[in-house]
Design a protein around this ligand. Sequence first.
Ligand code: NDP
Length: 449
Amino acid sequence: MAPNGDPELERFVTEVARRNPGEPEFLQAVREVAHDVLPLVADRQAYRDARILERLAEPDRAISFRVAWVDDANAVRIQRGYRIQSCNAIGAYKGGLRFHPSVNPSILKFLGFEQTFKNALTTLPMGGAKGGSDFDPRGKSDGEVMRFCQAFMSELFRHIGPNTDVPAGDIGVGAREIGFLFGQYRRLANEFTGTFTGKGLAYGGSLVRTEATGFGCVYFAREMLGTRGDEIRGKTCLVSGSGNVAQHTAEKLIELGAKVVTLSDSDGFVHDPAGLDAERLAFVIDLKTRQRGRIREYVEKWGGTFHAGERPWKVPCDLAFPCATQNEIDAESARQLVANGCRLVAEGANMPSSLEAIGVFRANRLLFAPAKAANAGGVAVSGLEQSQNAMRLAWTREEVDQRLLEIMQKIHARCVEFGREGDEVDYLRGANRGGFVKVADAMLAQGVL
Ligand code: NDP
């Protein structure tokens, strides 16, 4: 899906580029959505007149702030914090916080833009937002992470609230960070409300939230395979990343009888031809969440090979689950996946496939599950966490998991409804159009804002 010469698309993207110089990730996300949505807009005069797509390409609000904190050596450190509130036409803003040195306005605007459509697909009333900081939790002590989180929340707290904006975790923001962030919010706001999701079970968290993105991604892939009379059992799977999403994607795949042969982190990937089992996965979860170690240590304990500085896409597989970060599959990797017999790519991470890679998948008619559908399970269970907090109730694990499964099935059905082309389904088109229509109709009803 390289620039395709459609004059309407090029005119639209050129104007967005002019208004947002130096923001390639944001432009990439806008182009991907506009490519599928513009033909639909062309057919609906009301969307054109209200300039719905143009308005969505401009976040409601972009907040940037200084975060000053003191490290263990008593040196003052300065980071930048952000919250991009993209669109609240269908519900209070909702979206994660990312702590990673690469964080900048372009990445957060792309994530907030995507989040708006993803949240619409979940069927729950949630708007889109994203935030974070260029702070790197790697190598920091618990005390440093706590002081940073408190300093970050000292500014963010005035922009969020249970009916305003409800953040969650993302890359670099796991259980530890969420605890510190929520604690400082509770203190400053002097209220105990569900103004954060992904909370610990002891203080308002939901069962299955930790696993939800990965589990949901596999549920979605299973639905897709089902349309071709196929199943997960017996498939060889590549998973990238080794954080939250990768861990629980692997867990569900193993439970359903697949063979997971790779995991990765920013240093490289591990290939274990024997496949991970529950014991090996438990080792990885402990390594990455408690010991904060590197994935290469897997090979020392369990064998297999470590490939420094590489990504796993050259390994032959049936199914691929990119679960690390954006643009981790380029056109060359996509061609390798196709040549090696890969039949399905389900995006656990946000925008892991470049536009060119998506073009390769489309041309070869792979089953391609785009992030805004495939990884919506995380925010869906965040929405369920908000419901439980509002009711002051806690559902059982089985109840939350069942609701997650039903939501992923509904998202799949909406993608099919909006993406059907003859006997085939273009899931990317279906997700883009299915999410867009819900938000667009809400915006139309509410007037020009
Ligand atoms: P984690 O921080 O738990 O894990 C991220 C993983 O990706 C780590 O293995 C990390 O390696 C690797 N990684 C991060 N940046 C890079 C990079 N630049 N190059 C190579 N590897 C990298 O994050 P999550 O698992 O929560 O998030 C992963 C993806 O899923 C992100 O795209 C996120 O936006 C998306 N997502 C997450 C949801 C959630 O519920 N957590 C919900 C929906 C989407 P290392 O250990 O070396 O840093």
